[in-house]
Design a protein around this ligand. Sequence first.
Ligand SMILES: [Zn+2]
Length: 316
Amino acid sequence: MTRALSALIACLTCLQLSAKANDCRNYQHNDSINAELLLTDLRVLSSDDFQGRKTQTAGAKLARDYIAQQLALYQVAPLPNQTDYLLPFHYKNGLTSVEGINVAAMVAGTAFSNKYIIVTAHYDHLGKKGAKVFNGADDNASGVAALLALARYTAKKPLKHSVIFLATDAEEKGLFGAKGFVQTPPVALEDIRFNLNLDMLSQNKGRNRLYISGARYYPELVPVVGKSKEQAGLCLVDGHRSQQRGSIYASRNNWRQASDHAAFARVGIPYLFIGVTDHPYYHTVNDTYERINPDFYRAAAETSLTVLLNMDALSP
Ligand SMILES: [Zn+2]
């Protein structure tokens, strides 16, 4: 009896311990990133001044200028052979050729400087309809602000791999910024080990979960996800869930194609995609700074850094 009882107590303790990690009811913060700067970046990028950051608008230029200014402020350098952070590209809209502009920076690696991890987040959004601004706070000012937080961290504490930080344009139009990057890559594609794509990190409406997908296609990334789930200060779920059929939020159901990581996957670069699933504010005028969940978002950004560090720990 005693032995059975002690086994039972040990088991309850182990359950308690495992409930702490990856807890779906609470968030824990590890203070790996500066929460004030994180939230400021999100608030500024999704403010009315930026007019919804639609490609080829003054709002998109304001967003680029802000991202570039932050990168410069925290001494994250432009890509090698680049004098500034801007990477223009072209895509077809019907018969017209349209210019979009990505923003890119790099922190050289300490051990494998000729191997790259590319962190992506699209900065463009839907712009305005009439007088209504689509602020795109969650989609995807949240990913860009997290990307800036990861860039600040990495600039202070360089990783083993070189890390490229790429804020893409024209994602909403068809992933054109990411496609443009892989069409004329500034580094050889075979030297890019992984893509970590951040798209929508700040809405936990009803479901207290952050999703990470991609590992099912790339066995080498399975342990990265496993370890990150153990370390995450929130509930990190392996694989994006589809919404109910016929739901008005069903537009992003094909998660493999849902965001910029698809352009990297197409050229054989393994990816992990981090984001929430669609929510009632998705692509509406209600996707505003006031409606995000700051505590969840902060834990989501910290978890994105955890995933990046676990990717970096793999050897080339
Ligand atoms: Zn998006």
